[in-house]
Design a protein around this ligand. Sequence first.
Ligand code: NAP
Length: 247
Amino acid sequence: MTPANDRPTAVVTGASSGIGAATARHLAGAGFHVVLGARRAERCAEIATEIGGTALSLDVTDAGSVRAFADAVPEARVLVNNAGGAKGLEPVEQADEDDWRWMWETNVLGTLRVTQAFLPKLRASGDGHVITVTSIAALDFYDNGAGYTGAKHAQAMLHRTLRGELLGEPIRVTEICPGMVETEFSEVRFDGDAERAAKVYQGITPLTADDVADTITFAATRPSHVNLDQIVLKPRAQASGTRAHRE
Ligand code: NAP
C-alpha cells in the first residue's frame, strides 16, 4: 500500500459508487488518507488517484477477500461500513431466496466480517470510529420490502450492539440512516432496469450521495469525546419509507 504520509486512515467499503464514492472524496477533503474497497476496483482506483487515496479490491461476501483487504491496510482510524444494497421488491409470498441471501451476505455478514477485521486496528489507533450506513429501512418496515428491511434491521442490531460492547474503549460508533438517495441503488435493486429505477425518484428531490457523505464526514470530524449515535436524514419531501410528497 502507498504510504499514508501523516494523514489518519479512513476505510470506506462500497466506495466504487454512490454514497461510498462521495464519502471517500469528502473524507479526503477533511484530511484523511482514504482506502477505497469494492468489487469494481478500477472505479475505486480512479477515485483514489483523484484524492490521493488507495484502492483495493474487496468483496465483503468473501471472507478471504476481506482478510486480504484488511491485511493490506496497516492502520485505520475510521471505518465506514457502506457496502450494501437491496435486491427485489416483492411480497413475502413471492420473495426470491437468492435475493434475500444476497442482501444478508452483503449488508449483514459483510458488515460483520469487515468490522471484525478492522476493530483491532481501530482500537490500536487510540481514536477509532465505526460508521455504518444502515437506512430508514432499519427503523421501519414496508410492504414488499421485508428482505431489505430485515437485512438492514439485522445490520443495525450488529452495529448498535457494538456501542455497548465497546464502551470504555477509544472507539466511537455512529449509525447513518438515510432515506431516499439517488445513486445506483435502485438500478441494482431492479436488476439494471433503469426506467423502473428512475421512477423511484420522480417528482421528488432526493438526497444526493454528497448530502450523505457530508453528514458522515461531520460525524467523523467531531472531537473524540463526541459520539453521534444515530443520524437519520431524509429528503424534505419524504416522511417515511412509505410516505413522500411528489410534484
Ligand atoms: P450504490 O450506488 O449501488 O453503491 C453500493 C456500493 O456497495 C457499491 O460501491 C458496490 O460496489 C458496493 N458493494 C455491493 N456489493 C458489494 C460486495 N459484495 N463487496 C464490496 N462492495 C460491494 O448504492 P448506495 O445508495 O450508494 O448504497 C450505499 C449504502 O447505502 C448501502 O448500504 C445502501 O443499503 C445504503 N442506503 C442507500 C439508500 C439509497 O436510497 N440509495 C438509502 C439508505 C441506505 P461494487 O458493486 O463495485 O462491489
